[in-house]
Design a protein around this ligand. Sequence first.
Ligand code: NAG
Ligand code: NAG
Ligand code: NAG
Length: 169
Amino acid sequence: MLSERQLRLYKNLSFTHSRTAQSMRSAAPLLLLFILALSDAAECQSFPEFKRKHILPTQFKTKDIRAWRKHLLKNKLCERTETQSFIKSSEENIKQICNGSGEKKNNYTKSTDLFEVYIVKSSKGIEPKCIVENCTSGKYNVIVKCEMYLPVHYHGQYIDMNTSPQPCF
Ligand SMILES: *[C@@H]1O[C@H](CO)[C@@H](O)[C@H](O)[C@H]1NC(C)=O
Ligand SMILES: *[C@@H]1O[C@H](CO)[C@@H](O)[C@H](O)[C@H]1NC(C)=O
Ligand SMILES: *[C@@H]1O[C@H](CO)[C@@H](O)[C@H](O)[C@H]1NC(C)=O
C-alpha cells in the first residue's frame, strides 16, 4: 500500500514527467520504485516518525488496555508489526540519548539511562478493532539510530540484569 504522501509524490512527479516527455511513460515504474525507496527511508528515519511509533505521551495510562487499543489505532500502529516497543519518558530525556547521554556503538547509540519500555503484541480485530495480545514492561537500555542529534530509528532494548519484564495489566 502506498501512503498518501507517497501517492502525492508520485502524482506530482508523474505529472511533470508527462508534460515533458509523453513517450517516456515506460520509465514510470522505475521512477515509482525509486520514490518508494526514498520516501520509505524518509518515513522511518525521522524524529516525528520515531515519536509516533515509539514514544508514549507522558500521561498515558499504561495499565488500561482500552488506552492501548486507542493509542495503537489512532497512530495507525495496530498491525504495523506483531511486536512493538514503546518508551514512556519525556521527549526531552529520549532526545538526550542522541545529544550527550547515550553511548555510541557502531551505527547505533545505546542509552546509558534506563527507560521504562513497553513491549506490546497486537493484531487487527473486529470488535475491538485492535486486539492487544500481550503487553509487558520493564527497565531497559534502548538502542536507537541518531541523526542530527535526534533519535530516528528504534533498534532494540536490553533489560537491566536484575529485573524482568512484568505484565502491563
Ligand atoms: C554502518 O553503516 C554503514 C553505512 O550505512 C554500513 O556500510 C555498515 O555496514 C554499518 N555497520 C554496521 C556494524 O552495521
Ligand atoms: C507475553 O510476553 C512475555 C515476554 O515476551 C512472555 O514471557 C509471555 O509468555 C507472553 N504472554 C502471553 C500470554 O503471550
Ligand atoms: C542538544 O543539546 C544542546 C545543549 O543542551 C541544545 O542546545 C540542543 O538544542 C540539543 N539539540 C537537540 C537536537 O535536542
